[in-house]
Design a protein around this ligand. Structure first.
Ligand code: SF4
Length: 336
């Protein structure tokens, strides 16, 4: 933090100030599972990105303070356009979002007009606007299985999640070449050493991990599914192959169990922690609530185009849309 901000904050009780502003602003504070424990503990809701945005849309708050990364705050804004959405640090991006520039993705789509586009929620609003259906790691399999077997599909931006879904569903989706730098950092060698030390500990892994990590997992699923598995498993020790800040919720809910984060390359690095999520701090949350900045803005035409594939996901995932005939249901979405 720069010296000027430190000086501004000197002597302030930051937590008390956040409490005051939360009431004054009629704000709801959301924290993703990958945020630091101090942010998770003062949030109104902790969860995965879609869960949080849905919660935010349901509240009567005027302001959503999203402790997560930019694409998550954008989804909150797309679902709740009338609310002010702030992100403590606007540089909190995502390597998956960065790997998929909208213009390149648009060209990729245009080059495959007979494919429909299933796009992981970890992407920009502009890429969402180019997509037919948005998916999350928890909804993707159900949505793929709801599509006709002969329907050609593009999947972006995470190639590891796409490869895992191809394996699970027997599809041959065309995959965009993007990765999450955090889930790619896990080391197979170090994981095997850890498994040797804890032979009875099951491994729960996120499907953003490469196949050489997933091959050693007993359970593969979204952050919420990993959390559920960790709490319900009869095992007393569990190895967790996703961003390790989620372990905070596990330890709170099951203090008698041991949760071990899967290691990165040298077994002791912090490369398995998300550097983008780490940009959000208590101090920046305070400043963003005080100034209502940095603020997420999504131009209305773009918001409406991005909302369409998000709504399709919500409809299919909830069972409201079942008979999918893509030629009629998914006209090409063109965007700027
Ligand atoms: S953990 Fe990976 S996918 Fe999640 S925000 Fe960080 S870089 Fe993006």
């Amino acid at each position: 933090m720069d010296a000027r901000i430190r000086e501004t904050l000197a002597g302030l009780d930051i937590r008390a100030e956040i409490e005051r502003l939360r009431k004054e602003r009629n704000a709801v504070i959301l924290a993703h599972y990958y945020q630091t424990p101090e942010l998770q503990d003062l949030a109104d809701f902790v969860g995965d990105s879609l869960e949080l945005s849905r919660k935010a849309a349901e509240t009567d708050a005027d302001v959503i303070a999203f402790c997560g990364v930019r694409f998550m705050a954008e989804v909150a804004k797309i679902l709740s356009p009338q609310k002010t959405v702030i992100l403590p640090d606007m540089d909190a991006g995502c390597s998956l979002e960065d790997s998929c520039p909208p213009d390149e993705f648009g060209a990729f789509r245009a080059a495959h007009p007979d494919h429909i586009s299933l796009t992981y929620i970890n992407c920009s609003a502009a890429v969402k606007a180019h997509s037919d259906i948005i998916v999350t790691s928890s909804s993707a399999e159900k949505i793929i299985n709801a599509l006709p077997k002969d329907q050609k599909i593009l999947f972006a931006p995470d190639k590891h999640l796409g490869a895992w879904l191809n394996k699970k569903t027997g599809r041959d989706m065309l995959l965009w070449d993007g990765t999450c730098i955090v889930h790619e950092a896990f080391s197979e060698t170090e994981l095997l050493k850890l498994k040797a030390l804890h032979p009875d500990a099951p491994v729960a892994a996120h499907p953003e991990c490469p196949a050489y990590i997933l091959d050693h997992a007993h359970m593969i699923g979204s952050t919420s599914a990993i959390l559920k598995f960790a709490l319900e498993s009869p095992a007393s020790t569990i190895i967790v192959a996703t961003e390790p800040h989620i372990i905070h919720q596990m330890e709170k809910a099951a203090p008698n169990k041991i949760f071990i984060g899967a290691p990165g390359a040298d077994g002791n690095c912090s490369c398995n922690m998300c550097p983008y999520m780490a940009l959000n701090t208590l101090e920046k949350l305070y400043l963003s609530l005080r100034d209502l900045q940095p603020r997420i803005e999504v131009p209305e035409p773009l918001r409406l185009r991005a909302l369409l594939p998000l709504n399709r996901m919500l409809a299919i995932a909830s069972g409201a849309a079942t008979d999918l005939t893509p030629a009629q249901t998914f006209p090409a979405v063109t965007g700027d």
